[in-house]
Design a protein around this ligand. Sequence first.
Ligand SMILES: Cc1cc2nc3c(=O)[nH]c(=O)nc-3n(C[C@H](O)[C@H](O)[C@H](O)COP(=O)(O)OP(=O)(O)OC[C@H]3O[C@@H](n4cnc5c(N)ncnc54)[C@H](O)[C@@H]3O)c2cc1C
Length: 427
Amino acid sequence: MPNTPYPSSYYAASAHPAPQRPVLEGERIADVCIIGAGYTGLSTAIALLERGYSVVILEAAKVGFGASGRNGGQIVNSYSRDIDVIEQTLPAKEAHLIGQMAFEGGRIIRERVARYGIQCDLKDGGVFAAFNAKQMHHLEAQQTLWARYGHQELEMLDKAAIEQVVGTHRYTGGMLDRSGGHIHPLNLALGEADVVESLGGTIHEHTPAIRVERGAKPVVHTNQGCVKATYVVVAGNAYLGNLIPELAAKSMPCGTQVIATEPLSEEMAKRLLPQDYCVEDCNYLLDYYRLSADRRLIYGGGVIYGARDPADVEKIIRPKLAKTFPELANVKIDYAWTGNFLLTLSRLPQLGRLGNNIYYSQGCSGHGVTFTHLAGKVLGEALAGQAERFDAFAQLPHYPFPGGRLFRIPFTAMGAWYYDIRDKFNV
Ligand SMILES: Cc1cc2nc3c(=O)[nH]c(=O)nc-3n(C[C@H](O)[C@H](O)[C@H](O)COP(=O)(O)OP(=O)(O)OC[C@H]3O[C@@H](n4cnc5c(N)ncnc54)[C@H](O)[C@@H]3O)c2cc1C
C-alpha cells in the first residue's frame, strides 16, 4: 500500500503536521514487534516503552489510517456488550476484574493527553439518548450495574433535562456520563505516535507485515525486511485481512459512515449541543454525533456488514441527521467518509495469545476508543509477567461466525435487521 493517503475526512483535513516515517528496510531486532499503528498498537507500544521494552511498530499505511483516525471521536465507557453479559459468561472473580476496568480506558486517554501534552480537542461529557421507556429502563439498569463497580459519574436525564443538553425533541430521556467525552481521533493517534518515538520506539509506515513466522523467536516479514522479536502483538483489527487466519475466522469487518457539516454559527451550535457533549442513541444500529472544535456537526451511523464502501455516504447519513435536527436538513456537508470496525459474534472484544509469544487484541465491535487504550495497558502488563487482567479478558469465549466466510455477512445482516425492527417498533 505505498503512499496510501488518508481517506478525505474532516480529520485528515485538520490533522496536525506529522513526519514521514520510513519504510522498513533490512533486519531489525526488538523485544516487541507490533503490527498496526492504530490506538491498540500505539497504546500497547507506550505501555511497553514506559516499562523499558524496545518496540518496533509496522504500519501498512500511515499512523491512524484505520478506524482510529476516522471514528466518531466519542469516549464511551464500558464495552460493546455490558458487564451483565460478562457476569453471565465468566467466573465471578474475572467478571469483577473486567467490571472494575470498564471506565479505565477513558482515564488512560486523559492521563496520556495531560502527561504528554497531546493536542486533540479533548472535551468532557457524553450522553446516551433513549427513544422510549424500554430504553430508559435499560439505562437505569446500566447506571445501577456500573455503580456496583464503583463507576458513579452517571446522571439520569428525563425528557426536560435531555432537551437542555441536546436540542431535539426526539428523545424520551437519557443518561449523562460525565467521564465520557470526545476527541479529534486522528490527532490523538498522531500525538500518541509522537509519544512512542519520544520514548525510543520506532514506527515504520507503508510497511505491511506480510508473513509472521512463528516459533521460539517469531519473525515478522515485510516486503523489504523483517523484525526478529521476542513477542509479536497483532493490532491490525478490521484492516488485518487474512494475515493470521485464526483471527479472521472469528471476526467480521464492518463499515460505518460519518459526515461533517460546514462550520455552524455559534448560535446554532449552542442550540443543538449547548454543553458540547457528544451523543449516541440507544438503538442497536445507533446514530452518534458531536461538535468539532470548529463547530461542525460530526454525525455517524449506519453499518455495512462485510465492509464494502457505499457509493454515497451523504445519502445514507443526511436523512438521519435531518431527523434528529430538522433545522439542518439542508446544511452543507463538507466531508463524508467511511471506516471499518471489527465485529465479533458476541460483540465482546477478543484479547488473547497464539502460542507463547504472539498476542492480539481485536473486535471492539464499534466501541473501541476506550477499550483499545485499556487493551494496550493490559497487554503491557501481560508481557511484563502480570497477566491477571489479561487472563480475565482472554477467558471470554471467542466464537467463529456461523456460515463461514461465504454466509457470515447475510446471516449477521439478518440478525441486525431483526434488532433494528425491534427498535423501530419498540418491541
Ligand atoms: C467510522 C467509525 C466510527 C467509530 N466511532 C467510534 C466512536 O465514536 N467511539 C468508539 O469508542 N469507537 C468508535 N469506533 C471504533 C473504534 O474507532 C475502533 O474500535 C478503534 O479505533 C480500533 O483501533 P485499532 O487500533 O484496534 O484498529 P485500527 O485503528 O483500525 O488500526 C489498525 C491498523 O493496523 C494496520 N494494519 C492492518 N494490517 C496490517 C499489516 N498486515 N501490517 C501492518 N499494519 C497493518 C492498519 O493499516 C491500521 O492502521 C468507530 C469506528 C469507525 C470505523
